[in-house]
Design a protein around this ligand. Sequence first.
Ligand code: FES
Ligand code: FES
Length: 163
Amino acid sequence: MKIEFTLNGTRVSADAPADSTLLTVLRDQLNMTGTKEGCGVGECGACSVLIDGRLVNSCLVLAAQAGGRQVITIEGIHDPQGGPNDLQQAFIDYGAVQCGYCIPGMVLAGEALLATHPQPTRTEIRQAIAGNLCRCTGYQQIVDAIQATARLRSERQEKISHV
Ligand code: FES
Ligand code: FES
């Protein structure tokens, strides 16, 4: 079946069997290999993407369910010049990346949280990334990076509102 949706701001279409997951279509047909496959059964969050701003495990979503929606993968997160955005840079600065396998999902989980909770507590951050497993970092640095980004964005926002 033909599936059309908006991927990182661009309209795309894919031809895939009706039972294809969004993860398969993203990786195998649309070359979005930043979206990782870990468990394949909704347990690890490595395959996280945003659909209409909501964090989902793309291994549990049929590609057809993305039809007509806005899908954001890690390839769609960057600064205006195409480099790391502030959250990605914070992951680097706080040593929150080791093997990197969980990181696309973690960044998307962080973005989903900050979009709705601009100043989250550490508990809220931990809850927001609870579905994303990291076997390397111990989570502390990831929480630090998300919290630092929240602080930075809110300071920026304050400056803008005082101009
Ligand atoms: S690969 Fe989708 S949750 Fe693990
Ligand atoms: S950095 Fe290796 S799984 Fe998270």
